[in-house]
Design a protein around this ligand. Structure first.
Ligand code: TYD
Ligand code: MG
Length: 474
């Protein structure tokens, strides 16, 4: 009897090796190799679509498809997709368990059931009863949403051929398997082959298709990276379990801009688009508190005003010889340490080594943009010196290691949003201010060049700080 040939496949990146190895040389992942049987050539779907006939064609002779987009009728989803669904698009939707992927897709299904035709909802994870329960809650019950409780790939493609649905949802791609492949469902080979098969059908029939992908502990979509290469669009659904805010980001988009964000609020009636993002983040702000600064963040091309909060307080652990606390929520902790180092060096009298420092973005947003530096520095100084910054003032700019304040991208967009929401003044890198900018935006601009100017803006230690220097520290 012929021996079944196997190969070790990295479950992160899809690299193959004839032998098991603790570390994948391709992606550097540890313990990622799993034994899988080699696929007979005839069974492979392959990654290419092979729709061409191998003829050369000049680029200007290629007929351009007049892109007909169908609106998803969910405004925030349309924004992320670049206007709506394109015919035959294959979308991968990733996100942590319980974040709301199935909820979003069921809401989408009920909208598209009327505009696109019957929706095929393939669920390998939940029973039709569970889905009905959710649909009742979302008021998304429709006779044009057809549930298919199935995990066999062949049965799904059969159903797609028979039914000719207008829209297909696979919840999730990790549960689907091809019976002619020996590997377990969820393995690299299964996920890749099933996705490639669905891609081919989506393109041939022009049916928009969404695959749900689970994410691993470190936030990557489980299964091979090749899955992300294969699909047209990768969306990730993010949020904290304790907050109702959900963010939909596009990390790849062949039919529109990438890195756009959509905002939703999870309510008892499902996901509701948050169109007025800035008011959403600022409406719980109490003005006049020290340590609070408004920052116009830019997510993709969308400006969102958020409140940066800092708390600098005498550290008990520092008096005991232990390092003082440094904690951040929604802000990169390393970035804050770096800023504290720059401030300690360039601005005297801060004595940050004896202070506990906490900083967060109110409302549950996570920000990476270095343009946040200036707001964070102002918030830290404001809390340290007990000097509130006016609620009508916002700031943005990057801070370099020498304490210099550098211009950032999207200056005009950020300022326009501040003006729209009635802000009176913005503190920003001096190099960004031009005559043209000043006349284009309707608010006062204050330029800064170095962190040494910041105490002058915030003000020196206020009443309570003076008190604390006289009082015993605890
Ligand atoms: P779900 O869509 O099942 O998440 P996923 O498919 O990403 O695993 O969402 C589950 C969570 O959403 C669950 O904790 C309950 C909550 N939820 C609401 O708050 N409101 C709702 O209307 C629905 C349907 C769910
Ligand atoms: Mg689900």
């Amino acid at each position: 009897m012929a021996k079944v040939k196997t190969v070790y496949v990295c479950q992160e990146c899809g690299a193959q090796s004839p032998r098991w190895s603790g570390k994948c040389n391709d992606c550097g992942g540890w313990n990622t190799f799993q034994e899988e049987s080699i696929l007979p050539k005839a069974n492979q779907t392959g990654m290419t679509l092979n729709q061409g006939v191998g003829e050369l064609i000049a680029l200007d002779k290629v007929e351009s498809n007049t892109e007909d987009r169908v609106s998803s009728q969910i405004s925030e989803l349309d924004r992320v997709l670049g206007g709506g669904l394109v015919s035959g698009v294959l979308i991968l939707l990733g996100g942590a368990p319980g974040i709301g992927k199935s909820t979003l897709l069921l809401q989408l299904a009920s909208r598209l059931a009327t505009s696109l035709g019957p929706v095929l909802y393939v669920s390998g994870e939940e029973s039709p009863q569970q889905i009905k329960l959710r649909a009742d809650r979302l008021k998304a019950v429709s006779d044009r949403i057809l549930l298919f409780n199935e995990t066999r790939f062949e049965a799904v493609t059969q159903q797609m051929t028979n039914l000719k649905p207008g829209f297909v949802i696979i919840d999730s791609i990790q549960t689907l398997f091809r019976s002619d492949i020996n590997s377990a469902p969820g393995s690299v080979t299964q996920v890749r082959e099933c996705a490639a098969g669905l891609m081919r059908i989506a393109k041939e029939t022009g049916t928009p298709t969404v695959l749900v992908g689970h994410v691993t502990k470190d936030g990557h979509i489980a299964g091979p990276r090749v899955l992300e290469h294969l699909v047209d669009t990768v969306l990730s659904f993010e949020g904290e379990t304790e907050s109702q805010l959900r963010l939909l980001r596009s990390t790849k988009n062949r039919f529109g801009p990438s890195h756009e964000v959509g905002l939703f609020e999870m309510t008892s009636q499902g996901l509701i688009p948050v169109t007025e993002a800035s008011s959403f983040f600022l409406n719980q702000r109490t003005q006049g508190l020290s340590g609070s600064v408004v920052y116009p963040s830019l997510e993709g091309t969308r400006p969102i005003l958020v409140e940066v909060q800092a708390l600098v307080t005498e550290s008990y652990s520092a008096t005991q010889g232990a390092p003082p606390a440094r904690r951040t929520v929604g802000i990169d902790g390393n970035r804050m340490s770096l800023l504290l180092a720059v401030l300690s060096k360039k601005v005297g009298q801060l004595k940050m080594g004896t202070q506990d420092v906490y900083a967060k973005i109110a409302g549950g947003l996570k920000l990476q943009d270095p343009a946040l530096d200036l707001s964070l520095a102002l918030a830290l100084l404001s809390s340290r010196n007990e000097r509130p910054i006016s609620g009508q003032v916002a700031s943005f700019g990057e801070i370099g290691l020498g304490g210099e304040i550098r211009p950032v991208h999207g200056t005009e967009l950020r300022l326009q949003e501040l003006h729209r929401l009635g802000f009176k003044k913005c503190i920003l890198p001096a190099a960004s201010i031009t005559k043209k900018l000043q006349s284009a935006v309707g608010l006062a601009l204050e330029g800064v060049e170095s962190v040494t100017q910041l105490p002058g803006i915030v003000g020196n230690s206020g009443k309570s700080a003076q008190q604390s220097s006289q009082d015993p520290p605890f």
